[in-house]
Design a protein around this ligand. Sequence first.
Ligand code: ATP
Length: 476
Amino acid sequence: MANDNKLQNIIAHCKEYGFIFQSSEIYDGLQAVYDYGQYGSELKKNIRDYWWKSMVQMNDNIVGIDAAIFMHPTVWKASGHVDNFSDPMIDNKDSQKRYRVDHLIEGHAETLPKEDGDALLAKMDQLLAVNDFAGLKQLIEDNKIKCAIGGTSNWTDVRQFNLMFSTEMGSVADEANVVYLRPETAQGIFVNFLNVQKTGRMKIPFGIAQTGKAFRNEIVARGFIFRMREFEQMEMQFFVRPGTQKEWYEHWKEARMKWHLSLGIPQEHYRFHDHVKLAHYADAACDIEYDFPMGFKEVEGIHSRTDYDLSQHQQHSGKKLTYFDTELNQHYVPYVIETSIGLDRAVMMVLSEAYAEEDLGTEEKKDDRVVLRFPPMLAPIKLAILPLTKKDGLPDIARDLMNECRPEFKCFYEEKDTIGKRYRRMDAIGTPFCVTIDHQTKEDQTVTIRYRDSMQQERISISAVKQLVLDKIKAF
Ligand code: ATP
């Protein structure tokens, strides 16, 4: 399956089987905004829960919070987002299409021989580093870069475009009431650092974790749920003693990679991308990249952010954000290691990994299936319970099994269509186990359990079903 097709096929599959829909689809959709359907929302929740468990439940020294999306406007001044959270953009006057300057130049560089492309990118990096917008425009013109839509080189000047969405709070729409939709969840953690440290009597090193929505007015938003305007993040800020940040950075790099591998995804589908050019506040940073259908791209960032964020908030709020280290008998502003993963990108990663088109045909008979090979703990539905027929009391036995299992995990009951068709529908939504109740069940209290990946079937006692599924979906 060509990778281009794979992405298109996954998008179509997600829509057909109730995983992900375009937002406001009946109004022709809202660009780069998506809704999760009945199975997508279960999958997303399972990934979020697994992340939360691995952070908050499995670590003594990490606690979770749930901060508001709206924050005091000065938060975003202090964090640098008001002044710096922007990308240089350029518009094509003929097609009215807007481009991120680096994407436009990178796209052109890919069409050049490697050496020329690299030279162009090096020049671009130099100009970006000093915000030389006139130079960037000149570079675009000198290279005769054209708009992919209109095919012309009729460009506006290069301008900065802030990615934060703003709105007004209260009834008076003046400047003072402007608030932003948070572009990341991290700041909710920084401003609550002392609240949590004091009330939780936390001792450094410790972490605060949070999941929640973030909003960015992405200009070039494509790649399905890879780059959205409204998305969800799962972030953890780990507060450490100054001078120990390098070792904690390495610790979290390794711990996060282990988490990814624990999803059953092979090592060769991941790589680290260590940042060479660091943000001014960072002393180390890397991305974990996953081999998406579009190629290796960032799914998570791990950043050693020094004491920048807490110091900035200390300065802008006028409130002390220091910690008293009883071992050192010293006050200091802690250093921070951040792990930040996009939940939607994680969903896309898990979907890309799980999606398989299988040819099961023989010479006599054509047969194929689409199967989502989710790890059982992440599957939206864990167990399908299928009475062979609607008669002879089989649905009653099936309903009893439903009632026994549903408090423990998500089950699905279906009595329509042939068993073969029902199995295939369960394969398509990634249900790892199907149980069929037939006439023999009435005689010896056994059922047929069918495994999604191998399609093997075996007879087991009906009383063993719940525990079997529970054992297979256990995360820790
Ligand atoms: P990118 O370079 O892809 O724009 P970023 O470096 O700006 O990402 P961060 O600010 O480090 O991203 O955010 C942390 C994580 O949040 C990313 O690794 C990604 O998984 C997720 N994320 C960021 N922007 C988006 C978006 N527009 N849509 C979906 N997920 C996103």
